[in-house]
Ligand binder design. Structure first.
Ligand code: CAO
Length: 450
């Protein structure tokens, strides 16, 4: 019958009374040779003690928080068949092991390779390995204590666990002592990523390698007040962040000469005193004409990102500013509605939005959006595409400008247009044509009849 042996702490570079910060085994566990048993943490380094032989854990002699030194018993292990011979030496005085390298940075991250798990020679190694390395003293893995700017602080076992899950350890916020990243932190990160629909952001996952959000105690610098974000801000914020991060945006700027259009709008306003006819309804009509001429703008990528869905309807989203945040109700069938009808509907949805009476149906089905800041001011801006739409038109404040007509400068009312588009679907040349066409239509609405 295989013998039960004590496994002791090997030479750990002269450190004494080193705290056990993680116990990686429990009674009954089948362990492989070189598998991590415990993680120790001195003031300078984190070290994982590997099993000197394979077998079954009988008893674990240490708990988290205990302090141990070289020679201290970690566990008793019943050696497995082939390792029984090696194990016979397991209770010998520990052989010298490579000294931890307290000043070295943690071993670099490796891409997850399935073979790596079982191949101790590929595990991160402490830098110089001067000592004789036999079966009874496999390398002690170390990770240096974190310094500002260092890679994150986690034991080799936690790093390996993160690699297995395809998690970039740098994304994980540590909650352990001195902000050490624990196994639970990695699990929590994955749970959160799954719940929010994001993928773990390891190199293998092809995700963004973003730094964690800075945690700042602003009160240290002066008086502050906390204000919870509104529900709308939380929802729109999450959508805006996804769209900004996932869509390769480009913004095309142009100016429309709306001198004649503005005169017509004023005239129409006089004829319809009960309705507020703002420049936006003309922009909606011009947008319909442009979508008809350039159908790839009236489209969405399907979820696989491999197909474009072209739409034969003309529903336009209008960004509305409310005290609680931005909402985008949709005006349907804009191609079938006249300017006055559109103006009425625009007035209704603006009121509904500001009274918080919009339902999900009012905000779905849009083909493209218009965000008009013209009533407020500004010369240009870069709106964020409202996925799964492929473009959004930003409109800024019109202003009278001197325009060269070929022989002289003349005063013209110019409207700045800023079209942001999804460059995966729309080429720059198409965007320039689309925006120029929009400007031409706004310059002369008769073009919508052509
Ligand atoms: N240039 C100059 N004046 C303009 C203009 C422009 N491009 N567009 C509108 N105006 C004028 C209007 O004619 C109106 O003038 P009067 O008060 O003299 O009649 C005034 O500005 C206010 O217009 P409005 O805002 O009431 O109406 P609208 O149709 O232009 O816009 C709406 C409606 C709902 C889009 C708007 O109220 C709104 O919420 N805009 C903000 C959208 C937003 O936040 N976008 C940002 C999204 S990204 O964060």
């Amino acid at each position: 019958m295989a013998e039960v042996k004590e496994v002791r702490v090997p030479d750990i570079g002269g450190f004494d009374n080193v705290p056990v910060i993680e116990v990686l085994i429990k009674p009954g566990d089948s362990i492989g040779k070189d598998q991590g048993l415990v993680t120790l943490e001195s003031d300078k380094a984190t070290m994982e003690v590997p099993a000197p032989f394979a077998g079954t854990v009988k008893e674990v002699k240490v708990s988290e928080g205990d302090e141990i030194s070289e020679g201290g018993v970690i566990a008793t292990v019943e050696a497995a068949g082939d390792d029984a011979g090696d194990a016979a030496d397991g209770d010998k005085a520990p052989e010298p092991a490579p000294a931890p390298e307290p000043e070295s940075a943690p071993a670099p991250e490796k891409s997850p390779e399935p073979a790596e798990k079982d191949d101790a020679s590929k595990a991160p190694q402490p830098a110089p390995a001067p000592a004789r390395r036999g079966p009874e003293n496999p390398p002690v893995e170390t990770g240096a204590a974190a310094k500002p700017g260092d890679p994150p602080y986690a034991s080799p076992a936690v790093r390996a666990f993160a690699r297995e899950l395809g998690v970039d350890i740098r994304q994980v916020q540590g909650t352990g002592r001195k902000n050490r990243i624990t196994r639970e932190d990695v699990q929590g990160y994955v749970k959160h990523a799954l719940a929010s629909g994001a993928r773990p952001s390891g190199a293998g996952a092809g995700g963004l390698e973003l730094l964690p959000w800075p945690k700042v105690d602003f009160a240290k610098f002066g008086e502050v007040e906390e204000q919870p974000l509104s529900r709308i801000k939380k929802i729109s914020g999450a959508n805006l962040a996804r769209n900004w991060a996932m869509i390769p945006h480009v913004t095309q700027h142009d100016d429309a000469d709306i001198t004649e259009l503005e005169a017509f709008r004023k005239q129409l306003g006089k004829e319809n005193p009960d309705v507020k006819i703002t420049p936006l309804v003309f922009q909606i009509k011009a947008m319909v004409a442009a979508l008809k001429k350039f159908p790839q703008f009236n489209a969405s990528l399907d979820a696989s990102g491999e197909k474009l869905i072209l739409k034969k309807y003309f529903h336009i989203g209008i960004a509305v500013d409310t005290p609680d945040g931005l909402v985008v109700p949709v005006i349907r069938d804009c191609d079938k509605k006249g300017l006055v009808e559109l103006a009425e509907e625009l007035g209704e949805i603006s009121v509904k939005a500001r009274d918080k009476k919009l339902g999900p149906a009012d905000m779905s089905g849009g083909c493209i959006s218009i965000s008009s800041l013209g009533g407020i001011g500004g010369t240009k801006f870069t709106p964020i595409v409202n996925a799964p739409e492929v473009a959004i038109l930003g409109v800024s404040r019109h202003r009278m400008q001197p325009v060269w007509n070929g022989s002289e400068f003349v005063p013209r009312l110019m409207l700045p247009l800023s079209l942001s588009y999804d460059h995966r679907v729309i080429d720059g040349a198409a965007a320039a044509r689309f925006t120029a066409y929009l400007a031409r239509v706004l310059g002369d609405l008769r073009r919508t009849l052509v």
